[in-house]
Design a protein around this ligand. Structure first.
Ligand code: CAA
Length: 260
């Protein structure tokens, strides 16, 4: 698959999308958003046996240093809200994706870049990763879900501190706060993400998709997550994979899941 601002690679059902704007520290411009939307709404269907997605940034310095500030010059209230809404839509596609999406954070993840990592299901930080929401330095606020997902991930008090001070935190601090799932040697972020996705790929695909849905339901203010889980549990129990998983346990062998 060919994109304007993303590099696409796939191996054994695991897709790696690399934001490819190294000179601009992989700032998220409209083309990056268009490419992400195309992959997560349409193109993923073309990948045989898709079991996981990794998002990372080109080069050694940045995952993504934020929304592209150079696109902000012509913004008025209406255009800014439209830009924000577009970002929300794309990040919801990622957060609600049916297979796990992991951010391999190889450097700066600031503003919209940090927000993109938070829309992913997990974050692997390289030792040089830096996270932050510096928008108040520019006189704006996070526009791609940062005021919501940061609270969900690290709690209100710490989230407010980061959002209000615009402080940048290192990988170890992100791990301590629960923002990063793992910290790895610089350059090993994608490898660690692959290791996790390969483990998940041995599990039943429908159960994985339903687990993501149920966890997302917890944060949905309209949906009752407990009810959602009750229904989803019923649905997973009604699959061939459940019969296979239970049979494999009894027969003391590895399950051969088909995603049915
Ligand atoms: N948008 C556009 N271009 C950016 C950018 C961004 N967010 N971040 C970096 N760049 C560009 C720089 O303009 C520079 O380009 P030129 O060489 O053409 O001048 C190039 O990337 C390298 O950047 P620096 O020279 O600044 O690199 P540095 O090592 O001195 O500093 C940095 C690195 C601390 C990350 C610094 O670049 C920085 O502070 N960037 C902006 C971070 C930021 O404020 N992000 C939030 C954006 S707003 C947002 O995201 C809102 C939202 O939620 C919707």
């Amino acid at each position: 698959m060919e994109y304007q601002s993303l590099l696409f690679a796939q191996e054994n059902g695991i897709v790696t999308l690399t934001i490819n704007r190294e000179k601009a520290l992989n700032a998220l411009n409209k083309y990056v958003f268009a490419d992400l939307r195309t992959f997560f709404s349409e193109d993923y269907k073309k990948v045989d046996g898709l079991r996981g997605v990794i998002i990372t940034g080109a080069g050694e310095k940045a995952f993504a240093a934020g929304a592209d500030i150079k696109e902000f010059a012509s913004l008025d209230k209406e255009k800014a809200s439209a830009l924000s809404r577009n970002g929300h839509e794309v990040f919801f596609l990622i957060e609600r994706f049916h297979v796990p999406v992991i951010a391999a954070v190889n450097g700066f993840a600031l503003g919209g870049g940090c927000e993109l990592t938070m829309a992913c299901h997990m974050r692997i930080a390289g030792a040089k990763a830096r996270f932050g929401q510096p928008e108040v330095n520019l006189g704006i606020i996070p526009g791609y879900g940062g005021t919501q997902r940061l609270v969900d991930l690290i709690g209100k008090g710490k989230a407010l501190e980061l959002l209000l001070t615009a402080d940048m935190i290192k990988a170890d601090e992100a791990y301590r706060l629960g923002l990063a799932n793992h910290v790895v040697e610089q350059g090993q972020e994608v490898a660690k993400a692959k290791e996790i996705l390969e483990k998940i790929a041995t599990k039943a695909p429908i159960a994985i998709a339903k687990t993501i849905e149920c966890v997302n339901a917890h944060f949905d203010k309209i949906v009752d997550g407990y009810e959602y889980e009750i229904n989803a549990f019923g649905e997973t129990a009604d699959t061939e994979d459940f019969k296979e998983g239970a049979a494999a346990f009894v027969e003391k062998r590895a399950a051969d899941f088909k995603g049915k």
